[in-house]
Design a protein around this ligand. Structure first.
Ligand SMILES: [Zn+2]
Length: 285
């Protein structure tokens, strides 16, 4: 049976209304995930939840083991991931407390392990459309059902962090056409694509970064003020999303690795094959 995965960001460390709750501690060939996974049922559907910064927010964006987090989701038969995050706005139209479903990313990270394909195996998956379109449409329906203000589409600029941007950077990113700014989602989206898991992001806006002349410099106090409200709103959306989405429905994302592994099977070591077995078994024996 396939499951829906939910990754919780800043402020979202648990899910509401989970029945038959179980905690699963996993180890993976890529190390330990951020926290234990919570398995359970919402509206009769199997859901897997992971708080990306761990309980109590112990892990910074650069220290998150993204490989382990996504590998663990794959191991738990997750076919689709809804990722929930706090973000800043780089766009006048997108205001604090709005929800955004981005459809593009720009990567400004420098310290991340962004692929499962290393150490003797190479694959080049397509990322022109890094967000799953069919999952994004379901998420849009879910957001509309809550009546919250939302924006469908937009470019998420992923910085390394943990510091926020300088004003010059913030203005540069705006000139590139970026709409929102965050520290985690693109690393997850890259790995989810390689793991053939659909991925969509629900980004809840806490601030205007530091570019907006009327709002001044971003401060953690301002962000915390909006976080609680965003957290309540995101949980409403998650509930709707789970009710609408079918984890068993097929998608192009579930075949993303097809014809992308360029390494000849006979030169891939047994060790690498074993390590990546749950990702590549359809294509390489
Ligand atoms: Zn998909």
């Amino acid at each position: 049976m396939k499951r829906l995965g939910v990754i919780g960001g800043t402020g979202v460390y648990d899910l509401e209304g989970v029945e038959e709750k179980k905690e699963i501690k996993l180890d993976t060939p890529f190390g330990r995930p951020s926290s234990q996974y919570i398995l359970g049922k919402i509206s009769g559907k199997e859901v897997v939840f992971l708080p990306r910064h761990d309980l109590g927010h112990k892990t910074s964006p650069s220290s998150i083991n993204y490989q382990a987090n996504i590998y663990g989701m794959k191991k738990l038969d997750v076919s689709k991931i809804l990722s929930v995050s706090a973000c800043g706005s780089l766009n006048e139209r997108i205001k604090p407390l709005d929800l955004v479903i981005p459809d593009q990313f720009i990567d400004r990270t420098t310290k991340r392990k962004n692929t499962f394909f290393e150490n003797g195996i190479v694959a080049h998956v397509a990322l022109a459309h890094p967000i799953c379109n069919s999952l994004a449409k379901i998420l849009e329906k879910a957001v509309k059902a809550t009546g919250l203000k939302s924006h469908f589409g937009g470019t998420y600029l992923n910085i390394e962090g943990p510091q926020f941007s300088t004003k010059a950077e913030s203005n540069l990113y705006r000139s590139w056409g970026a709409d929102i700014i965050g520290m985690t989602n693109f690393s997850e989206a890259r790995l989810a694509r390689e793991a053939e898991i659909c991925y969509v992001s629900l980004s809840a806006v806490t601030d205007f970064d530091c570019w907006h002349p009327d709002f001044g410099e971003v401060s953690i106090e301002v962000i915390i003020k909006y976080l609680q409200k965003n957290c309540t709103n995101s949980k409403k959306v998650i509930k709707q999303f789970v009710a609408l989405e079918d984890p068993e429905a097929d998608c192009d994302c579930h075949h993303a690795l097809k014809n992308t592994i360029v390494t000849k099977p006979e030169v891939i070591s047994k060790q690498t094959k074993e390590k990546l077995n749950i990702l590549i078994k359809k294509y390489i024996k």
